[in-house]
Design a protein around this ligand. Structure first.
Ligand code: ZN
Length: 400
């Protein structure tokens, strides 16, 4: 059996232009850290009279960190317990325990204080690089593609992983470990993870009301900021239809399944998806590296509105002492107009999960974004080698 396994590994090694060890470095997340920062900086936090609302107020955490709402949103891509995704918690209580274990990694534990401070410095440096590129007339998406490989290396290095330009991915830091298991950052799981954290933040705000403790209100905002990382990811178009979990479950080895999710993610991030929401609004959603593009403005406005409404609910809970019990945020969530085999105008899904067959279906013609035929008869490794040969590694994979 061991011989067979080794033979398979060797076979993969021969077939793939890129060794599997390299592929481990190609897992990624949604909006880049600097995009999360820019989005989060749009949010205003309300405080009782005497403390005027501030966009850049620093929230003090038990760990000793002083972070803005936007910075905490961003840390969702750096601090999570990789083996325990929130969505897999068997009960609401277990999901809450997992959410808090993730949040506490930087909010309570003193172990990661200097590390998180260093990560945030790199995020602002990334933002500066993008701002300079845009000021020099470079397209933001192109600028991200150009600068991200080295920032990914720096994020991995700053979170305890490899730093070498040639093989940093061989030693995953927290950043890479979170990216490899980012199931909570996609689709319904992202909404579940947000909602678990938002509920905890509401409880903290209600509790703060009982003692009229503004510091406790700030802590409730901090919990909500971390939850809002998942809310932001839920808006990224590459995260709406991609069967992230199912691909990783059904493709062997799992890393190849995750890479295939990346190819679909990249197709749908840049091209966008027609979406609608519970308010009957229709627009085109886009994904990561597009935040600064004019085409993304209507989508960005919906995301900012959702983030602001979420933060407003925390203040409402503090002001009234009750849970707002509102569906206002949920009603803004983008829902793909076309799913599975029903795509007409958008590109056809590269993959979708077919519930009757309990199988991930694949678009027959990988190169034809508008091919409306799918098959259950496909192999992960051959699909990957074909995509890798024709397109190279996925967009963000090319950063590593
Ligand atoms: Zn994320």
């Amino acid at each position: 059996m061991r011989g067979l396994k080794r033979a398979l590994v060797l076979a993969f090694g021969c077939l793939l232009a890129t060794p599997l060890s390299t592929l481990a470095a190609t897992q990624h997340d949604s909006f880049s850290p600097s995009e999360h920062i820019v989005q989060g900086n749009e949010i205003t936090l309300a405080f009782p009279a005497g403390k005027s609302p501030s966009k850049h107020l620093l929230l003090t955490l038990p760990s000793g960190l002083h972070l803005s709402y936007a910075e905490i949103i961003t840390l969702g891509d750096f601090y999570q317990v990789p083996e325990k995704p929130i969505y897999q918690g068997a009960t609401n209580e277990e999901k809450e325990v997992r959410f808090l274990a993730d949040f506490n990694l930087f909010a309570v534990s003193e172990e990661n204080v200097s590390e998180a401070t260093g990560v945030i410095e790199i995020i602002y440096d990334e933002l500066k690089s993008i701002d300079e590129a845009i000021a020099n007339g470079e397209d933001a998406e192109a600028a991200y593609k150009r600068v991200s490989p080295d920032y990914n290396r720096r994020y991995n290095c700053a979170t305890g992983g490899g730093c070498s330009a040639s093989n940093w991915w061989l030693s995953p830091g927290k950043y890479l470990k979170v990216a490899k298991t980012n199931y909570d950052h996609f689709g319904d799981n992202a909404w579940v993870s947000y909602h678990v954290g938002h509920r905890l933040a509401i409880q903290a705000a209600v509790s703060a009301r009982q003692t009229e403790d503004v510091n406790k209100l700030a802590y409730a905002y901090a919990i909500n900021a971390y939850a809002s990382h998942f809310l932001s990811d839920r808006f990224a178009s590459g995260h709406i239809r991609t069967p992230r979990v199912e691909l990783a479950e059904q493709v062997t080895p799992q890393d190849v399944g995750s890479l295939l999710a990346n190819y679909m993610h990249d197709e749908e991030s840049s091209g966008g998806l027609h979406v609608h929401n519970g308010r009957g609004e229709q627009w085109i959603a886009y994904g990561d590296t597009t935040s600064f593009e004019a085409k993304c403005a209507p989508h960005r406005a919906k995301l900012i509105e959702a983030l602001q409404l979420s933060a407003d609910e925390i203040y409402l809970a503090y002001a009234t002492g009750k849970s707002p019990d509102s569906k206002a945020v949920e009603n803004i969530l983008p829902i793909a107009d076309e799913i599975g085999s029903h795509a007409k105008d958008d590109i056809s899904s590269l993959f979708f999960f077919e519930p009757t067959l309990k199988q991930v279906m694949r678009r027959e013609k990988l190169d034809d974004f508008y091919d409306r035929h799918w098959t259950s008869n496909w192999w992960g490794w051959s699909t990957f080698t074909e995509l890798e040969r024709k397109r190279g590694l996925p967009l963000k994979a090319s950063r590593s």
